[in-house]
Design a protein around this ligand. Structure first.
Ligand SMILES: Cc1cc2nc3c(=O)[nH]c(=O)nc-3n(C[C@H](O)[C@H](O)[C@H](O)COP(=O)(O)O)c2cc1C
Length: 207
């Protein structure tokens, strides 16, 4: 029995295009894998720690091989828990809208917590960086108000898809699949969603 973790980054509930894409994907996943468990991590309900002075100085101490102060150790414990939670999943789904050509700040806050030396990546002066979260497929499900077709001028403004794919690759994910619904602010929004949901149903079956 596999454990799937769905990290949900839109606050818009049933109105969200990425949430509806995820619902189509997960519905078909559940039908194809009835014995697997699906856990929802709603980043707008989760008590995500601020990555503040104490957490950042804890990170620098790890990078420099120094001991944590008691405050840093407490902040780091929360970082470890969030990262272990991600690591404990067999399969990961991330759904997100585009905000200001990138991702909503709650998803960035989650990423700032879980991209950590010794936990999700390592550094070797000879080999460089290596991701430590390996062997799990990742499905990214995206929505954006406008369209950013590959090769167009608009594509240069898309820091949503390339960033998410890069940061998860950095921490070790290799099998990364991405599906997006674009033009969600246009008159064709619902038609675009229907097409996206059809693709999500297919993708869910085969995840
Ligand atoms: C704060 C904010 C910023 C946005 N910035 C962009 C943007 O830069 N480019 C874009 O195409 N759409 C932008 N949009 C529109 C959303 O990407 C679009 O509504 C998308 O469907 C949101 O995903 P969701 O429906 O899953 O919440 C923005 C929406 C919000 C609320």
């Amino acid at each position: 029995m596999a454990r799937l973790l769905h990290i949900q980054a839109s606050p818009m509930g049933d109105l969200s295009f990425s949430n509806r894409l995820a619902a189509a994907f997960l519905g078909s996943y559940r039908a194809a894998h009835p014995n697997d468990s699906i856990e929802q991590l709603d980043l707008w309900r989760e008590d995500l720690p601020a990555f503040d002075f104490t957490a950042a100085s804890g990170k620098y101490k790890v990078l420099r091989g120094l001991d944590h102060s008691p405050e840093e150790a407490r902040a780091w414990q929360r970082v470890v828990e969030l990262t272990e939670h991600l690591k404990s999943a067999d399969k990961v789904v991330v759904s997100s809208g585009m905000w200001n050509f990138s991702i909503p700040y709650r998803l960035k806050q989650f990423i700032d917590n879980i991209v950590q030396p010794g936990l999700s990546f390592s550094y070797d002066p000879v080999k460089g960086y290596s991701g430590l979260i390996t062997g799990k497929p990742l499905q990214i499900l995206l929505a954006s108000g406008s369209k950013y077709p590959a090769g167009s001028d608009a594509a240069a403004m898309d820091f949503q898809k390339p960033y998410l794919e890069m940061i998860f690759r950095f921490i070790g994910f290799e099998d990364i699949r991405t599906l997006r619904v674009e033009g969600t602010l246009s008159a064709q929004a619902e038609a675009n969603l229907v097409k996206g949901m059809d693709a999500a149903v297919e993708a869910g079956k085969n995840f």
